[in-house]
Write a protein that binds this ligand. Sequence first.
Ligand SMILES: Nc1ncnc2c1ncn2[C@@H]1O[C@H](COP(=O)(O)OP(=O)(O)OP(=O)(O)O)[C@@H](O)[C@H]1O
Ligand SMILES: [Ca+2]
Length: 871
Amino acid sequence: MEDYLRKNFAVEPKRPSEEALRRWRSAVALVKNRSRRFRMVADLAKRAEADRRRKIIQEKIRVALYVQKAALNFIDAGKQAESKLPEDVRKAGFHIGADELASIVRSHDMSSFEEHGGVEGLAKKVSVSLTNGVVPTDISFRQNIYGNNKFDEKPARSFWMFVWEALHDLTLIILIVCAVVSIGVGVATEGWPGGLYDGLGIVLCIFLVVFVTAISDYKQSLQFKDLDKEKKNILVQVTREGCRQKISIYDLVVGDIVHLSIGDQVPADGVLISGYSLSIDESSLSGESEPVKVTQERPFLLSGTKVQDGSGKMLVTTVGMRTEWGRLMVTLSEGGVDETPLQVKLNGVATVIGKIGLVFAVLTFLVLTIRFMVTKAQLGEIEKWGMSDVLVLLNFFAVAVTIIVVAVPEGLPLAVTLSLAFAMKKLMSDKALVRHLSACETMGSATCICTDKTGTLTTNHMVVDKIWTCGRTISIAGDNKREDVLRSSIAGEVLDLLLQSIFQNTGAEVVKGKDGKNNILGSPTETAILEFGLLLGGEFKKYRKESTILKVEPFNSEKKRMSVLVSLSNGGENRAFCKGASEIILESCNKVINVDGKAEHLSKEQKKYITDVINGFACEALRTLCLAFKDVKDTSDVHSDSIPQENYTLIAVIGIKDPVRPGVRQAVETCLSAGIKVRIVTGDNINTAKAIARECGILTENGLAIEGPEFRDMSPRQMEETIPKLQVLARSLPLDKHKLVTYLRKEFKEVVAVTGDGTNDAPALHEADIGLAMGIAGTEVAKENADVIIMDDNFATIQNVARWGRAVYINIQKFVQFQLTVNIVALMLNFVSACISVIFRFCPSDGCSATLGEHDHGHSRCIGIGHRTSS
Ligand SMILES: Nc1ncnc2c1ncn2[C@@H]1O[C@H](COP(=O)(O)OP(=O)(O)OP(=O)(O)O)[C@@H](O)[C@H]1O
Ligand SMILES: [Ca+2]
């Protein structure tokens, strides 16, 4: 049986192959209740159809975008519509219709775009200011004219449809027939009303079964709907009424100004207002994998594409179903969710038991009939047949049916769905959003977790704790927290340079909130640095006005640095600033600032000394960054595409405190005691990582901590030796994470869970058995590639997912035990009693209660992680 199950009923937990899906479906060809049995299973035919439709749309988009000739046809079609401005649009005070806007962006129609006066022109035509954005009062107005950013959905199914579906159960249909026959026969033989009772009992059971099934299916459909909504609800940053704020993607209107940064999904069609090295991955839309650069020459942005690098601002021109993405979305949700390996396996078990049941049912019927015939023959009545004989035979048939009803455990695969759905619901309230049902199950057998450090193990509330500049370290605590004390401890020229580098070279922004207070929008690291700048008494706006930004190279995890090039208004000099991972920036410095604010040569000894400072900070678990600048005199440097990377002057080393989350230590301990290894894979400094790892109880005496570059250069043999001991991988690139996961899975046969937040973590999340994306710090790209989203970014939540995963296994185990006991006892009892005497046996209504039991199971509570050897 083991072999049979393995051969026919094995699917991969993630992205199962089409072949495996088909194989197990055809292995349950002989099933009495196809539509019921497969109701929680993906509909392959529907899915293939949706796939085909999606491919057609993608191909069309591809042709329109990449094949010039076709694009021209598109443009001509757009031109015709252009001439007349719809009445309602004109009355509303706008000067361009929704369809025309849609057509310009969709077909990348540069000539029409310029005819309308570029971005400024379009902004004017949709009555919006490019600096202040939409005014909240005319949002509903805009929605009336241009539509809202929602996508068509299939109408929800009502409760009665589920009742109707539940009635399609073949077992129930047989039972209904049995009930009718029983009532008829009962009344005929036992009279009114005594003969009714048996039949009514069956009816009552049918009623219960139908309603319990329908209610549970209905509740589940609502739950999946909620989940779907939660999955699609993305927060986007917009400027409205001059304030930068976060709103739901569904509230976006035409005319909104959206801020895009690396890893974001473009939330609607639009045109670029301004941006730095913005490159877009359009593969979700057109299937084209090469990223495209979006610049003033090619300013069009399409909904559903992803920001691969850089940052920018865009003006929304088309929303909702008018975008191509809207049409694609409809095809994405069709075909149902993939079944999980456990579901498939239990389908196999149900099939095997069903077959045995069938054999026993036939045997029982034969035994009973033969006994009856033999008795009849003995009495010499074999030729005489009356109504009562038919009734007896009918009764035998009912017994056989009962055996099938009790023996085929239809509810077995369903128990997995119920159990998983229940775990999913619990996890949702525990701050984990399960995107794929199977992830929950797989997590139960995870043997290893590769976790991020920042935000997952730590709180992500970062504050500058120490700064080293001009040869001395200042800790920002106690008295030093006061502005005057701080200012007096840093020389005037140096202070100015420091503030310049803080305020000019940042991806974050200081905005005045509605309450007039300063709010900082940006990543925690950036926020910490800006807050420090404000603490030093700097003014964001003032420093920003002093110069014009020429170029920005936004931060990404690969370079681990951010640089800007500005032209200073006093004197017209150009200056580059860079900040980033301490060792990397220190490597590109050849000078250091001294107490007078002058740059002096950075000697070898001094470099060594600064490295010690950095390591000192890092050993205290501080996140270290270096700030540096460079005066750029060469015009070729100014006009080249990139900002120079070498010969900088070091201004300061900053140590940022990011304390370990409370509860992480216990969570790690629980994982370890449950046999799950925990490893840190971080982009941070090795000493910082080690300090945090020790604090969390991850790094032990004989554990190994190495850096990304060392790991990258290892031979397969060295890998084999290193990986089992590896506990901390620091200064890693996203590719290292991917490599580690691949190794753990392929060579060490581990079941690996990986956390990630960045865009570049996507390959690792994709590769892992369970990808966990961070809900707060995570980018859209990471979330899309993950199986579970950890809404509060907390490691303790990951432990909860594992706990519930195991609870599912325990539930199923109990259920299978229960089911098999019922089946085997019922089978044997019926068969044996049929063979020995006709007195003791099950009646059809007992079958009903057994079925009822199946539907009501799978709700036991989870107790603890408990040991489970992976099967
Ligand atoms: N906005 C930023 N600008 C410049 N440098 C930064 C910025 N944010 C982080 N860094 C530097 O880059 C380093 C690595 O960042 P990276 O994103 O690769 O790792 P991480 O995601 O912060 O760490 P983890 O993997 O633990 O989450 C940090 O240690 C820090 O020194
Ligand atoms: Ca990270």
